[in-house]
Design a protein around this ligand. Structure first.
Ligand SMILES: NC(=O)c1ccc[n+]([C@@H]2O[C@H](COP(=O)([O-])OP(=O)(O)OC[C@H]3O[C@@H](n4cnc5c(N)ncnc54)[C@H](O)[C@@H]3O)[C@@H](O)[C@H]2O)c1
Length: 340
């Protein structure tokens, strides 16, 4: 299979290492508006790849079977739609897009394309997360959950790339970027989110970013479960993410980073290790998820992370931003039943 990648920045190595482990997938082209970045990626991971600065030209000349999109958030929808329109499968970094209008456009593009799309929520495949789902099912389901993301992103981080920390290009702050994985996991445990009351604020990065560095959400789920979610990039260090599930039979399942606890006691699951390049907090899941994506393309099985499932945390956070603006709870938009 011929594959290409757009956006040779910080996360691109995780994709290229994962692809490198698949014997029948070849990286044939790399694109970045900064040519040097694409050249460096080629030299490190894919010596035969052609290098482009214009992704449309790359798609049209190379005609890859698959394209990975690892660009700034505001480009995701446009780039994915261009690929889908050409029948090119898409592996899209999170978040899938940055607005409700873009989400509608993307879902429509998926529906009308012969190609498939999957979104990079790699933590869904963590061994500890899968084990937590099995336990929660055994314990009668989850009635409430609390989750927290407390990371440190300083001024140098936000100034490192032009698109970071700006509503127009990042689409939001900690919620849509750093915390979306944990929000996605919480939703996976609790079911269908119906409403959210939220407050977001910029506590520590005034004058540096125009989006929130801190967020607090109370989410109501179908069936009565509650999710309480907090996130900040103004913490003093990168603490491991926390997701705690209170089950119907009184049991408590806690996820701390990739460790699992049952009623406060360590619960043994095979460790995930950290064999990917880049920051440890990104986890090792790119390798697993990207392998599953290519397997599904071959077998015709459903995508490992469907666009419609990746749309749910986005709808929650879009509603959270609105709730914070209005000072009132907001109903969360639901997927139309006839979506693909
Ligand atoms: N799944 C995860 O755990 C995880 C972790 C980190 C980042 N990400 C996501 O990956 C994406 C990229 O993040 P990053 O940290 O690598 O950002 P980055 O800024 O380091 O890299 C983005 C790259 O895209 C390039 N680019 C910008 N406009 C382009 C265009 N028009 N055509 C081609 N290339 C273009 C930039 O020059 C840059 O090299 C974001 O969506 C981010 O949220 C996901």
């Amino acid at each position: 299979m011929k594959t290409a990648l757009i956006g040779c920045g910080a996360i691109s190595g995780n994709h290229l290492v994962a692809i490198g482990k698949l014997p029948d997938v070849k990286v044939v082209a790399l694109c970045d508006v900064i040519a040097k970045r694409a050249e460096e990626a080629r030299n490190k991971y894919a010596p035969d790849a052609r290098v482009y600065t214009d992704y449309i030209k790359m798609l049209d000349e190379v005609k890859p079977d698959v394209v990975h999109i690892a660009t700034p958030h505001y480009l995701h929808c446009e780039m994915a739609c261009e690929a889908l329109a050409r029948g090119i499968h898409v592996f899209l970094e999170k978040p899938a897009c940055i607005s409700e209008a873009e989400l509608d456009r993307l879902l429509k593009a998926e529906k009308t394309s012969s190609a498939k799309i999957s979104v990079c929520f790699q933590n869904r495949l963590n061994a500890s997360v899968i084990a937590a789902h099995e336990l929660a099912d055994r314990f009668g389901g989850v009635v409430s959950a609390r989750a927290s993301v407390t990371w440190n992103r300083d001024e140098a981080y936000y100034r490192s790339e032009e698109w970071r920390g700006k509503a127009k290009t990042e689409g939001g702050g900690v919620l849509i970027n750093q915390a979306i994985h944990e929000l996605d996991l919480m939703i996976g445990f609790l079911g269908t989110p119906l409403n959210v009351a939220a407050r977001v604020a910029n506590h520590r990065h005034v004058g540096v970013i125009d989006v929130e560095d801190t967020a607090e959400l109370l989410i109501g789920f179908d069936g009565g479960a509650t999710g309480f979610f907090t996130a900040t990039t103004a913490f003093g260090c990168d603490a491991p993410n926390f997701n705690e599930l209170f089950c119907r039979n009184g049991k408590r399942i806690s996820l701390l980073g990739d460790r699992l606890y049952l009623d406060g006691e360590p619960f043994n699951v095979p460790g995930d290790g950290h064999s990917s390049p880049g920051k440890e907090c990104w986890g090792a899941g790119h390798i697993r998820l990207i392998r599953r994506f290519y397997e599904a393309l071959k077998t015709g099985d459903p995508m490992p992370v469907t666009l419609s499932s990746a749309a749910v945390p986005l709808r929650v956070l879009f509603a959270a931003y609105l709730s914070s603006q209005r000072g009132d709870p907001v109903m969360i938009k639901q997927e139309r039943k006839n979506a693909k």
